[in-house]
Design a protein around this ligand. Structure first.
Ligand SMILES: [Zn+2]
Length: 207
């Protein structure tokens, strides 16, 4: 649901949408810009049970989720379903963006090559807990849109295998190489994650 505290960074919503479902608010906002955009709003929580069916209709996934359980689920589902993932994250004064296409083979890492497992709940604060400079969402969101379009059109240098870090306080952008980890449990040489069943255990733990 759209909350007043979201509006300083989630510019797709306005004060008149507070209390309404975010997917509906976003759908209406996009339709106002261009009624010819084909939109499918899925008002569901992404789970191990529905992930493949939801991803099946798309070629590229843009993840901007606010929790690690979802980020790992999206990464694993995209790898197993053969989808390209453009992932962006923000916290406080920093943003990170990377493209993952580990399904294309050993030349490419996945999100687990960067972060092996989700940290325990509560260790890393979310934006609502730790705070975030609102305009950062716009910076990273626009960069993410650029990378999605590049992947769709096959132009330029893909961000796959690289991680871009934007430090807003420093006004600097650093791009670091992100190699595939041969010991990665998902895309490594001897994968132990071969379906989404580990995410069912996580969901059960979380109650
Ligand atoms: Zn990996």
């Amino acid at each position: 649901m759209v909350d007043l505290s979201n509006l300083q960074r989630q510019v797709i919503h306005g004060t008149d949408r507070v209390g309404t479902p975010k997917v509906e608010s976003a759908r209406e906002a996009i339709a106002r810009v261009n009624p010819e955009v084909r939109l499918a709003a899925h008002r569901v929580r992404l789970t191990a049970e529905n992930a493949f069916a939801l991803l099946a209709e798309y070629d590229i996934v843009a993840d901007g989720s606010d929790n690690f359980a979802t980020r790992f689920l999206v990464n694993d589902a995209c790898h197993l379903a053969g989808k390209t993932l453009v992932s962006a994250a923000i916290l406080r004064f920093e943003g990170q963006i990377a493209t993952f296409k580990s399904h294309l083979g050993a030349a490419y890492p996945c999100y687990r090559c960067l972060y092996r497992d989700a940290p325990p709940p509560g260790l890393i604060p979310s934006c609502s807990e730790g705070g975030v400079l609102g305009a950062l969402a716009g910076v990273l969101g626009s960069m993410q849109a650029v990378e999605v379009l590049k992947e769709a059109m096959g132009i330029g240098e893909s961000m796959a295998g690289q991680l871009m870090i934007y430090d807003a306080l420093d006004a600097t952008m650093r791009k670091i190489r992100l190699p595939r980890d041969p010991a990665c449990p998902l895309c490594g040489d001897s994968p132990t994650i071969v379906d989404l069943s580990p995410h069912r255990a996580v969901a059960a733990d979380a109650g």
